[in-house]
Design a protein around this ligand. Structure first.
Ligand SMILES: [Zn+2]
Length: 376
């Protein structure tokens, strides 16, 4: 009788230590199907965990066609790492019971990195959280801003909300039925009590009038830091012209300048996955880059190809390496889709994989001996 699998909650987010414990608990419960390795250390020195999911009795992971899955490269997209955990949990519970899942882990390997950016996620989960976009490295400016508003959890309630400041010229007023709500002031409306809205934070050197909001000092977007063709020229140019110098989307000083992107790059080079799936939020769609016909939908998520950016994983994998890269954009960064929706999403992905990747699998690899397949 196999050991009991962990039964984590999928409606809350795990901080780094608890997540680490959970991943190792899965490996301990199913050592024949799961192992945990570190692919390297993050900017702040946390191990980035990869789960190797395959039935070791039917062959080593390196001998099987691989499917790469990662989540949470962007700091505050916490639902992405939980979606990975949900899938992990579902696969291990169904292994040996559902032939499709059993076949998947018997004949293929899934390399799963639930939290590619543990530093950024930890900051989003801190007692006084901050929601930066990506890496916690201070880039390109290391110095404290001299004045202006720094977005922060002022009252320490674990949330960053919006502050209202009375201002006769303000654009908002209290809702007539619920004064906790702010609604927009009508055009041409005068004589009431009006407010300005600013994000929760501390203002340095306030002159009594203007409030400028300081951008996060952690401005480097890991998903613009992959080595794509012409990066040195295109990535900074794209940032200037197309991203309008967005202070949250700097591509970095050079491609693969960051440990997180370097590790992912070397893993993809060495494992040669047939498919890369990367989970994000909150756009609620499905994106695809690569050489074959994309899935039209995964569960409730519909295909909407948004194009590629210099330095993005989609460009790197899909166009440079010729790999299919599926980008799942969950509808909410801090709330999970319903369980049924998640199951539909993964079931559709599996169907698409079977239709598009199976031929290569059969040609490239011997089928495991029937006696070793444990469908029961
Ligand atoms: Zn993202």
């Amino acid at each position: 009788m196999a050991a009991a699998l962990p039964s984590p909650r999928f409606d809350e987010f795990y901080r780094y230590d608890a997540l680490t414990e959970l991943l190792f608990a899965y490996a301990e419960a199913r050592p024949n199907l799961v192992s945990v390795r570190s692919i390297g250390k993050s900017h702040e020195g946390r191990d980035i965990w990869v789960l190797v999911l395959t039935n070791t009795a039917t062959g080593a992971d390196v001998d099987k066609p691989a499917f790469w899955l990662d989540g949470n490269i962007h700091a505050a997209e916490l639902s992405a790492s939980t979606a990975c955990l949900f899938y992990l949990n579902d696969l291990l519970n169904k292994y040996g019971l559902e032939p499709q899942v059993t076949q998947l882990l018997d004949t293929r390997v899934i390399y799963m990195v639930p939290r590619l950016n543990p530093d950024g996620a930890e900051l989003a989960l801190a007692d006084r959280p901050r929601h930066i976009r990506s890496s916690t490295r201070r880039y390109p400016y290391d110095e404290e801003p001299v004045d202006g508003l720094n977005i922060e959890d002022v009252d320490g309630d674990g949330r960053i909300l919006t502050m209202r400041v009375p201002d006769p010229h303000g654009g908002y007023k209290k809702h007539a039925g619920d004064p906790r709500l702010m609604v927009a002031r009508e055009p041409g409306e005068f004589g009431g009590e009006y407010y300005r809205l600013i994000p929760e934070g501390f203002i340095k050197h306030h002159d009594g009038l203007t409030v400028t909001i300081n951008p996060d000092r952690e401005g480097l977007d890991l998903n613009r830091n992959f080595r794509t063709p012409g990066w040195d020229h295109d990535a900074p140019l794209h940032w200037q012209r197309r991203a309008h110098k967005d202070p949250r989307r700097w591509p970095g000083p050079s491609s693969l300048s960051e440990p997180e992107t370097r590790f992912l790059n070397s893993q993809i080079e060495s494992f040669k996955p047939q498919l890369v799936v990367s989970i994000h939020a909150p756009y609620g769609l499905l994106d695809f880059d690569g050489p074959m016909a994309p899935p039209r939908q995964l569960g409730a998520l519909r295909l909407e190809q948004v194009g590629v950016f210099p330095g993005s994983l989609g460009y790197f994998g899909g166009l440079k390496k010729g790999l299919p890269v599926v980008t799942i954009e969950l509808p909410n960064a801090l709330r999970m889709p319903k369980e049924g929706e998640q199951r539909d999403m993964w079931a559709d992905l599996l169907r698409w994989m079977d239709a598009h990747l199976l031929t290569d699998v059969r040609e490239a690899h011997e089928k495991p001996e029937p006696g070793k397949l444990s469908v029961h």
